[in-house]
Design a protein around this ligand. Structure first.
Ligand SMILES: NC(=O)c1ccc[n+]([C@@H]2O[C@H](COP(=O)([O-])OP(=O)(O)OC[C@H]3O[C@@H](n4cnc5c(N)ncnc54)[C@H](O)[C@@H]3O)[C@@H](O)[C@H]2O)c1
Length: 506
């Protein structure tokens, strides 16, 4: 415990993973008491883990030896730099949230890496560590941030404009958020028609712009002292395009960059720059960006993982929970009408038909894949699926996602379900961003994952999960979660959980 200044006392302790924490109190006794309690908890946690490890190593139940953390996954040493193209509502809610959690002002609700547990072994074993204790993830204290945007607002101003977080919370975070200013963006108005801003790079060619982004990445790595980096696209949804020749190989893509090919969108230049620098790239928007042969090639070559597309937050989250239930019970679906009203900048961007088409494609895909009308033609062969997004400024970031679902049951009798989700878009997206940052960093430190390119085990977080060509994506939320957790078990040499359960009745 130490006194920072008159009336401000800092509890200072190390947790069971050897991470340092500090928390502010107004009296010395409160700080000391907190420090003693946390230190005792850390000791107990470490002792408990050692006992469990000893018990496990002598147990004959285990079929595979545990792989040591250093064997397949390098330890998370040093700072992790998070680079965010698009410092809007989602990005600022994420960064402000991380800082609020670090300061002990709030809890990381919604984050699997921070609050989730993972069951190991049999149901009778009683082993369910927290995910962050099971695999070596970067700690929140190790995160450092930068970003790019077409507007000049720093993160405090951008968060205030986004209107997601309460100003009383933002005031407490002001010095930190104000220190994060946007780098000049690579932007093309043809790809995002509803907005324009002054903070934009100029260059002789698209290759020149991509080189400038690469320089930004190198500069940030140096100035922040980060040992590892991640790029997390939180920029606007770009106009709908389909892959062309220019996207098929690195050679073709670089030629197209030099020739200013109009089919190269800004998000692709950020992705190219990151992957060229060996930095993983995660895509939170439905843009093609890394869902292209050239990016897969580059990702594998430079061992920089990729994943996307489009955060699965509100309406689609509900869809991928309900649709598997209908299929499990063999209930038919005649129609699903989904509409949204939202009034943030994302809503304004999506008011443009080109950007909406990109989002619509992403939202429409899930039902076909989950319900498999080819396998169940009587149940799902004639379903009608419609998705609308309406820009309605009074709602700001507080979107309303409304669904009317027409189903039918025994003998074809019709029924209806209505879902009205009054959600907060960025509040749902921020914990997804945090988990993706930490898991993508895990992937880049993991010998088994880093050369794979697409990280399909992170499908859990996306509306349009990426897969290798020819493989259909898993959209069912619970299959996605099992895939994610089994990947973590596999990395650590733990038995995969199949839920067979016959062994309990031997
Ligand atoms: N919030 C959600 O629930 C959710 C869910 C799925 C996907 N998304 C997607 O996440 C993205 C971010 O959402 P948001 O609500 O923060 O939007 P936002 O409009 O608040 O922020 C996007 C920011 O990106 C900036 N930008 C646009 N093009 C850029 C470029 N080329 N380089 C740098 N900056 C650029 C814009 O100026 C803006 O500040 C959107 O594409 C959105 O569709 C959000």
């Amino acid at each position: 415990m130490y006194q920072k200044r008159p009336g401000v006392f800092m509890a200072d302790w190390w947790d069971a993973d050897g991470r340092r924490h500090r928390k502010q109190f107004s009296t010395a006794s409160a700080a000391r008491e907190h420090e003693h309690r946390e230190t005792a908890l850390a000791h107990a946690e470490r002792a408990g883990r050692e006992m469990k490890l000893a018990a496990r190593s002598s147990s004959s139940r285990r079929t595979k030896p545990a792989v040591t953390e250093t064997g397949t996954v390098e330890a998370a040493k040093g700072k992790l730099g998070v680079m965010i193209p698009g410092m809007g509502a989602v990005a600022t809610t994420f960064v402000a949230g991380v800082e609020a959690i670090r300061k002990g002002l709030a809890k990381p609700i919604g984050s699997l890496t921070q609050m989730g547990t993972i069951r190991l072994g049999k149901r009778t074993d009683g082993r369910s560590p927290k995910v962050k204790e099971f695999v070596p993830l970067a700690g929140l204290d190790d995160l450092v941030f930068t970003g790019w945007d077409i507007f000049e607002d720093n993160m405090y101003e951008a968060a205030s404009n986004a209107g997601v977080l309460d100003y009383r919370l933002l005031e407490q975070l002001k010095p930190f958020l104000s220190s994060i200013t946007p780098r000049a963006a690579v932007f093309d108005h043809n790809y995002v028609k509803k907005i324009d801003g002054p903070n934009v790079k100029k260059g002789k060619s698209k290759m020149d712009l991509a080189e400038q982004l690469r320089q930004d990445i190198r500069d940030f790595k140096k100035s922040s002292g980060a040992s590892r980096l991640i790029t997390m696209w939180c920029g606007s949804t770009e106009s709908y395009i389909e892959p062309t020749e220019a996207h098929q190989s690195l050679k073709a893509f670089e030629k197209a960059l030099r020739e200013n090919d109009e089919m190269i969108a800004p998000s692709m230049m950020y992705a190219y720059a990151s992957l060229m620098e060996g930095v993983p790239f995660a895509n939170g928007a439905p843009n093609l960006t890394v869902d292209l042969p050239v990016m897969l090639e580059l990702s594998r070559k430079n061992e920089a993982p990729i994943c996307g597309k489009d955060f699965k937050t509100g309406q689609t989250l509900m869809k991928t929970v309900l649709a598997p239930a209908f299929k499990a019970r063999l209930l038919g679906l005649s129609g699903w009408y989904s509409t949204n009203i939202l009034g943030n900048r994302d809503g304004e961007v999506l008011d443009d038909p080109g950007s909406f088409k990109t989002k619509e494609e992403s939202k429409l895909g899930v039902l076909e894949h989950i319900l498999q009308p080819g396998l169940y033609p009587e149940l799902y062969g004639n379903m009608y699926h419609k998705v609308r997004i309406n820009y309605y400024p009074p709602r700001g970031d507080n979107k309303e996602g409304w669904d009317n679902i027409d189903i039918f049951g025994w003998l074809g009798y019709p029924m209806q379900i209505k879902v009205d989700f009054l959600c907060r878009d960025s509040i749902l997206a921020a914990p997804i961003v945090l988990d993706l940052v930490l898991f993508m960093d895990l992937a880049q430190r993991c010998s088994e994952l880093k050369g794979l390119g697409i990280q399909e085990w992170l499908s859990f977080y996306f509306k349009s999960p990426m897969t290798v060509p020819g493989l259909y994506p898993e959209h069912d939320l619970f299959i996605q979660m099992m895939k994610l957790k089994n990947t973590l078990r596999h990395l650590k040499g733990e038995e995969l959980i199949t839920h067979l359960g016959l062994e309990y009745y031997d």
